[in-house]
Design a protein around this ligand. Sequence first.
Ligand code: PLP
Length: 407
Amino acid sequence: MLKINENYLKLQASYLFSDIARRVADFQAKHPDREVIKLGIGDVTRALPPACIEAFHRAVDEMADDATFRGYGPEQGYGFLRQAIAEHDFQARGAEISADEIFVSDGAKCDTGNIQELFSTDARVAIPDPVYPVYLDTNVMAGRTGGFRDGRYQGIVYLDSTRENDYVPALPDEPVDLIYLCFPNNPTGSTISRDQLATWVDFARDQKALILFDAAYEAFIRDETLPHSIFEIPGAREVAIEFRSFSKNAGFTGTRCAYTVVPKECTAWDSAGNRQAVHPLWNRRHCTKFNGVSYPVQRAAEAVYSPEGQAQTRELVDYYLRNADHIAAAVKELGFTFVGGANSPYIWIWGDRDSWDFFDLLLDRAGVVCTPGAGFGKCGQGYIRLSAFNSHDNVVRAMERIRGALA
Ligand code: PLP
């Protein structure tokens, strides 16, 4: 008799986005004449930059000719893309990362979810609250937690991100082995300073722990005092892995391309206490379970680093940042406590009431859809997240309506 992995039975069904869709559908059925503006989603709304589209087309044409056709590529990604990433995203910022430490993939979601496979099932895991749910659910699936009680999985060390700590969690006061951090943060939009990140790197070195640093929103950083990469912090190469994505800087959410950086010094330990390099293990996993991102997509991603691509992606991100700035200004005017809206596409607002009540209020009175913070963890209760991923016109109209409804 085949038995299932019972860890899957511990998973809490995620009703967040289906609940939102149901409430919006009910609202529209009751008020067919009222237009709803969605500021809930974390998906981009603008087209790929022209430089990416041109490179994409050229590569598709290459695939149409026997002379230039490409079959399976290197699982880790083509050298042209790995080299461009290493030079532009790291070496240009003084972070010593080489092309062979970069693993190109079809998404930061898969990579942040899969990476935990490399580590023992009894690893003590620290996860922020509120959180992008992938980190938590994949550790549940792997059996690193007990059951779900009072809104939390047993056995996880939760890193509370609250008003009290400015949405940057404090170091845990118990030993941990694996630490997930995400900055600029989804869902809060908070950022981490160089000194704060250095404190985490020192802590990880001290604990012989590893930081899994999700920098999917790195492109939104405009305050140049903030670190773009954990590898800008001295000592991080031994204790950190970084995840990046082309989803939010270049609009690749539907095109799919991302990468993970695993420095050669990055270390975990075997049960005999011997140092084991993580790089060859991730290389092995990647080559065994993944067959590479398609050639045209990698050419499109490479174009992000051309002079035109750099200008166009900056303009794309600036567009969303202008939306974020507009939302933040309106929310401030209304007197709400909030974080984010600068160096991030998200604005995390304290509603001083149940997250879903706040959601219903905005939908009923303003016809605006947000995301209830409670869907991201216990510490998200009382908050909502507004997203800057929409047209500027929609953002302006949404904030006018919210002002009208709440002022
Ligand atoms: N990491 C965070 C924090 C995200 O918010 C998202 C997507 O919303 C991802 C990773 C996934 O990125 P990708 O589209 O590369 O899978």
